[in-house]
Write a protein that binds this ligand. Structure first.
Ligand code: ADP
Ligand code: MG
Length: 335
């Protein structure tokens, strides 16, 4: 099968004067047609640069990029079968919503009535049928986001590139739009490549996620796999709360120099047969659960999440901790 997007040993080094920054470092990824693929990582890890290279806005300094099997080389953005939705949406402020959405059709010389009809269809698809006459400044953040999406989709790209598309929205709206964006992608069946630094967003929307750290791709996997079986300490910690065990303890319990266990996999139980023991150092309320930090002499603290119905030990109390073997996952590296 031909990949929708294929990066083969792609690097991007920015140089100015004597200084140079390796923004993307020897990254290879194959993204399949119809896949929702997310580039996830902290700020400055190279996600945007990677997306810009796929879109044709930044040239790789090494490696090859193919889109649907064709090497795109230095082909400009408008000659690639991809469309980019930028972080700031980049709507034209002096144009109405309909004109914004229809823009790429106008450039291609499609006549007015036809392009306006098509723009209206797209606005209905993103559930904004009534606002075609307004200017971008008269829209809410969520509406602007949808207009940018409609504008990108009108040219029927085979691949849609989205750079932190929900970053400007408040939490409630962001969660709603995550669902809508995912649903839209499923309905249209086109390939989405999304950039985000938000692990919840990545986990809830993606078919697969590639985790970036300092320009390198640390791991590519489906959300559940990435969360349950991270390969490195970085991936384990970036995707949520993680207890990383190391040294003798990791060796004894997992047979490897480092291993990870999620706080929600640990429970409190009797001393006899427990895996670890310590003293409750703090208990914090998180709404859906309580998070307890357990201090252990000569070993790292452990975070333990307790369900709201579980008995809650007090600060200073000794506790004995239990978990199932399968919950402890060995890491590739020494921690
Ligand atoms: P992210 O999107 O993950 O936050 P970026 O791809 O924007 O990361 O940036 C990766 C690194 O490359 C950062 O260190 C950033 O400062 C640097 N960088 C990005 N664009 C440029 C540029 N045009 N010139 C110089 N350095 C850049
Ligand atoms: Mg970025």
């Amino acid at each position: 099968m031909t990949h929708a997007v294929s990066l083969e040993r792609v690097s991007c080094v920015f140089s100015s004067g004597k200084r140079s920054v390796t923004a993307v470092d020897d990254v290879s990824i194959d993204i399949e047609p119809g896949e929702f693929f997310t580039l996830l990582g902290p700020s400055g890890s190279g996600k945007t640069t990677c997306l810009r290279m796929i879109g044709g806005f930044t040239a790789p300094t090494a490696g090859q990029i193919r889109i649907h099997g064709e090497e795109v080389g230095d082909r400009p953005p408008y000659l690639r079968p991809v469309t980019t939705v930028f972080q700031d949406y980049a709507l034209f402020p002096h144009m109405s919503v309909v004109e914004n959405v229809a823009y790429s059709l106008r450039v291609r010389g499609v006549d007015r009535s036809q392009r306006e009809r098509r723009a209206q269809e797209l606005l209905e698809m993103v559930r904004l049928p009534e606002i075609g006459d307004r200017k971008p400044a008269q829209l809410s953040g969520g509406q602007r986001q949808r207009v940018a999406l409609a504008r990108a989709l009108i040219s029927e790209p085979r691949v849609l590139l989205l750079d932190e598309p929900l970053g400007a929205l408040d939490l409630k709206l962001r969660e709603q739009m995550q669902g809508e964006l995912k649903e839209l992608q499923r309905r249209l069946g086109i390939t989405f490549v999304l950039v985000t630094h938000d692990q919840h967003e990545a986990l809830s929307m993606s078919d697969r996620i590639g985790v970036f750290n300092r320009g390198r791709l640390e791991q590519v996997a489906a959300p559940g796999e990435l969360y349950e079986r991270p390969r490195t300490r970085f991936v384990a910690q970036f995707l949520g709360a993680a207890n990383v065990l190391s040294g003798d303890e990791a060796n004894r319990l997992s047979g490897r120099p480092a291993a990870v266990i999620r706080p929600e996999r640990i429970r409190v139980g009797p001393a006899e047969g427990s895996r670890a023991s310590g003293t409750v150092a703090s208990v914090q309320y998180f709404g859906a659960f309580w998070r307890m930090a357990v201090a252990r002499p000569g070993a790292s603290d452990l975070l333990v999440d307790l369900g709201l119905d579980a008995a809650r030990p007090a600060v200073g109390e000794p506790v004995h901790l239990w978990w199932d073997d399968a919950a402890l996952h060995p890491l590739d590296e020494a921690a």
